[in-house]
Design a protein around this ligand. Structure first.
Ligand code: X2X
Length: 339
């Protein structure tokens, strides 16, 4: 062997000996699953997580966002299972999409449980949120922080919706929790479950008349271009997002790196909640103005009008309260009342 090569090999062997064992086992890339990417707030907060971790780990932990639920072939309701199995390293996932596997996450889909942003915070940052993280933690997934998709406002291509009867017969795309089917059926609509990937073509061909999503999704996805000309602000449910790491993957990180991942998730989630709420409040209605500027009618409900929707969905709420766990729901209701 040539001396130069021998020296090089010797150097490589010496470096391998002094490098910490954990660094050796780290993957070149950790994949973060999301349903939508940047410039949706959802994608931006996931990217922020990756950026902070990269900085704080000195480039050792390299995370990349895979939007479109592409790591699970577009089927966003399979994300949690894939993470459990270690097929997906990490995710910033919606409570709705994980609720088929974690029944307690249906809490956030109970119609009219949360009247405002403070109510979401009261639940996620209170005892109910803690309990939910314990439950997720018992299922091979390590939850780190609460982000936000947001209040899901209803839109359709047919007419302004002011009362439950206006929904009668409308075909509404919903996400994959049976609670949504029951809610929309109670309102007289025809709900049909499909992924986000399928929703956009279904709206554009008129296979469905409407959908429900946060307004930041409405604007970035340009839903006015697929016929969605009528939006009603009814704030019936909101989906938080959860920053999480697959347990088998989490266990490969050193305690110091686990701390980096956790703190970065908390910071990115805080930023995420801020941008998810931007432009949709009374103090800052810029997103609402933008939507109206696109020729979309925004219907604002009076408290009485909203109560009619609440009354129509009350039996669904009561039925699912028992299913989710009456104790957990009561705890959440108390936190909301005390906010
Ligand atoms: O599919 C949806 O509606 C979305 C993007 O909001 C979720 O993934 C819950």
């Amino acid at each position: 062997m040539k001396t130069a090569l021998k020296v090089t090999l010797g150097l490589v062997a010496a470096l391998a000996l002094i490098a910490p064992a954990s660094a050796q086992t780290y993957k070149p890339e950790y994949k973060i699953s999301t349903v939508v990417g940047a410039p949706f707030p959802w994608g931006l907060m996931a990217e922020r997580w990756a950026t902070i971790v990269k900085d704080k780990s000195g480039g050792k932990i390299n995370m990349k966002v895979y939007p479109g639920a592409s790591l699970v072939g577009g089927d966003q309701t399979k994300e949690f299972t894939a993470m459990r199995q270690g097929v997906i390293d990490m995710a910033v996932g919606s409570t709705i999409n994980w609720s088929p596997q974690v029944a307690e996450l249906n809490l956030f889909s109970l119609p009219f449980l949360m009247p405002d942003h403070k109510a979401i915070d009261a639940i996620t940052q209170g005892p109910a949120g803690k309990k939910i993280f314990e439950i997720i933690g018992s299922k091979d997934v390590v939850p780190l922080a609460w982000g936000e998709n947001g209040f899901r406002e209803i839109s359709n291509s047919k007419r302004d919706v002011k009362k439950p009867e206006d929904l009668k017969g409308l075909k509404i795309r919903v996400v994959g929790s049976p609670l949504y089917n029951e809610t929309f059926t109670a309102l007289g609509a025809n709900p049909t479950q499909m992924s986000w990937a399928d929703a956009q073509p279904a709206l554009s061909t008129g296979a469905v008349d409407g959908q429900e999503n946060p307004l930041t999704i409405f604007t970035v996805a340009k839903l006015h271009t697929v016929g969605q000309k009528h939006v009603t602000l009814w704030g019936y449910v909101a989906d938080p997002l959860i920053f999480a790491v697959s347990k088998p993957v989490w266990d490969t990180f050193s305690p110091a790196d686990q701390q980096i991942l956790r703190e970065a998730a908390v910071d990115a989630a805080k930023y995420g909640v801020e941008i998810a709420r931007k432009g949709i409040t009374a103090a800052d209605p810029s997103v609402l103005k933008e939507i109206e500027g696109l020729g979309v009618t925004i219907t604002r409900l009076t408290p009485e009008e909203q109560k009619a929707f609440q009354a129509a969905t009350k039996p669904v709420y009561d039925k699912w309260k028992a299913r989710i766990g009456a104790d957990l729901v009561t705890q959440a209701e108390k936190s909301v009342a005390a906010r």
